[in-house]
Design a protein around this ligand. Structure first.
Ligand code: NFE
Ligand code: MG
Length: 565
């Protein structure tokens, strides 16, 4: 048996470490550690609850909108503040475009190179690449000249010897299966996606005055004025520009992302049997309409039983810190509900440089959230499964289409490949829905409804002496919850339980592994010096450790690349 350490896992946000035991060419045990501490929940205490969205938004620079949404919802829930339809629709559009941009960036820039060998594309025949591209999509950039130009660009880049983020990739690894032409096509789209995402995210700049971290969130609505005729408001010109950009977003997903995903997946079907994880999937309801009814259902699927969706009760959510560097009450073996939780650091790990973490004790800055004491996977796969089983029309159609094209059954979804495929499906259905929310918004404005926030209960003197609430949101990486307690108009306690906290969870008090840890079990490792397969499964979750742990380890952790012993 050998133990390998991958630290840091790259092409993710934040610091993540994996320690894995490998025997017989497969992972037999794994521990996942967030090696970074952030203290934003703690510094919220004593602040005005109406400002919390602005602070929590800084949890992360990747999902730049999600903590604002969860935060304003938590305060609105605590103080029973209504939200006008126009604000719900604008929030839905902001959420949708965050999701679309995030998933495309994840697929091409954070995950594709686990499957696509760019160097192999240098051997591709541009004519055959053009034929391949035309056979899977009518996306216009598909001429031999175009693919030759991409190949020349990559050749010049390699010849420069300055490979930057590509320098340490495992080029030529035997686990790469795509033919050179598919590798070249995917490389071309990697570059196109960079340009595309820069454009479509302008929607956030229009609706939020800036991106990342839009500025127009507000408890009780949004702070962007609507006036079809004013330059300084959401006017007719801006709405038309949003429409154009939403169309551009949708078209790229339909004509580039999904065809590429299917093409790549068809070479890696063995990964439909690897990386299953904990088998429990959870998502929160999302995209409320004017009456607050969600477009996507929430719920849980337990033990991979897709015959039913179990309704959620927020009271059943707890966090454990038995194996996490915190001093919550949970360290006595019991999970704590977020309203009662704290995030006071308590680092007990080894002083760097160290070889291994003490995985029998505390070993991560990530807490272990549990639903009814069970570890839960969150994210696009959970969203898609819950929507599919609930009979959500658009999701069901997209899932059936993808499964049919790949010639696999729904059980294939419980895997590394399924997770990556579900992200594409999630992206597609949401990108196709977003223009409908814009049409609804335009319809409302045309009827003369310009309301964008409710003034009710804005004045703190009208608030009860004590209140508590929670806000749920489906962020790109999954279920995000913020819990708030308010006393004398100030924040008494604030806890965020974040998607990557669920997925990157360490063991809990009962020793149950978290989703990344469980998913690594059985993953083949062909070459322990180049653990590409570990990256495939971990990246399939789209980790974000900045979010998960919400100030860097003061001692600064040594960065060990890969160690095999
Ligand atoms: Ni920092 Fe985040 C998302 C949140 S992840 S990316 O999506 O919330 O856990
Ligand atoms: Mg937290």
């Amino acid at each position: 048996m050998s133990k390998i350490v991958v630290d840091p896992i790259t092409r993710i946000e934040g610091h993540l470490r994996v320690e894995a035991e490998v025997s017989g060419g497969k992972i037999s045990n794994a521990w996942v550690s967030g090696t970074m501490f952030r203290g934003i929940e703690t510094i919220l205490k004593g602040r005005d609850p109406r400002d919390a969205w602005y602070w929590t938004q800084r949890f992360c620079g990747v999902c730049t909108t999600v903590h604002s949404i969860a935060s304003i919802r938590a305060v609105e829930d605590a103080l029973k503040i209504p939200v006008p339809p126009n604000a719900q629709l604008i929030r839905n559009i902001i959420i949708a475009i965050q999701n679309t941009q995030d998933h495309v960036i994840h697929f091409y820039h954070l995950h594709a190179l686990d499957w696509v060998d760019i160097t192999s594309g240098l051997k591709a025949d541009p004519v055959k690449t053009a034929q391949l591209a035309a056979s899977i999509s009518d996306w216009p950039n598909n001429s031999p000249t175009y693919f030759k130009s991409v190949q020349d660009k990559v050749k010049a880049f390699v010849a420069s010897g300055r490979l930057g983020p590509f320098a340490n990739a495992y080029w030529g690894h035997p686990a790469y299966k795509l033919p050179p032409e598919a590798n070249l096509m995917a490389t071309a789209h990697y570059l196109e996606a960079l340009e595309w995402q820069k454009d479509i995210i302008k929607i956030h700049a229009i609706l939020g005055s800036k991106n990342p971290h839009p500025q127009t969130f507000l408890v009780g609505g949004m702070s962007i004025p609507i006036d079809p005729d004013s330059q300084n408001a959401l006017n007719a010109d801006k709405l038309i520009e949003i429409k154009r950009l939403l169309h551009k977003a949708q078209e790229f997903v339909e004509k580039v992302y999904i065809p590429d995903l299917l093409a790549v997946a068809s070479f890696y079907k063995d990964w439909a049997g690897i990386g299953a994880g904990v088998g429990n999937y959870m998502c929160y309801p999302e995209f409320p309409d004017a009456a607050g009814k969600p477009w996507l259902p929430g719920g849980a699927i337990l033990n991979r039983d897709i015959s039913k969706v179990v309704p959620l009760d927020q009271k059943k959510i707890t966090e454990h810190v038995e194996h996490s560097w915190y001093q919550d009450a949970g360290s006595e073996g019991k999970g704590v509900h977020p309203w009662e939780g704290s995030s006071e650091p308590n680092y007990t790990g080894p002083k760097p440089p160290y070889q291994y973490l003490d995985t029998d004790k505390k070993y991560s800055w990530v807490k272990a959230p549990r639903y009814e004491e069970k570890p839960m996977e969150v994210g696009p796969l959970s969203r898609v499964l819950v929507a599919y089983v609930s009979g959500h029309k658009e999701t069901k159609a997209a899932v059936d289409l993808v499964l049919k094209k790949l010639g696999v059954g729904p059980e294939a979804l419980f895997s590394t490949l399924g997770r990556t495929g579900a992200r594409g499906i999630d992206c597609l259905v949401i990108a196709q829905q977003a223009p409908k929310w814009l049409d609804e918004l335009i319809g409302n404005i045309a009827k003369g409804d310009l309301r964008i926030h409710s003034n009710e209960l804005w004045d703190p003197s009208t608030w009860p002496a004590e209140a508590h609430g929670y806000g749920w949101h489906e962020a790109p990486r999954g279920g995000l919850g913020h819990w708030i307690k308010i006393k004398d108009q100030k924040i008494l306690n604030y806890q965020a339980v974040v998607p990557s906290t669920w997925n990157a969870s360490p063991r809990d008090a009962k020793g149950q592994a978290g989703p990344y840890e469980a998913a690594l079990l059985g993953t083949p490792v062909a070459d322990p010096e180049k653990p590409l397969e570990i990256l495939r499964t971990i990246h399939s979750f789209d980790p974000c450790l900045a979010c998960a742990v919400h100030v860097l380890d003061a001692t600064g952790n040594e960065m060990v690349r890969v160690k095999a012993s």
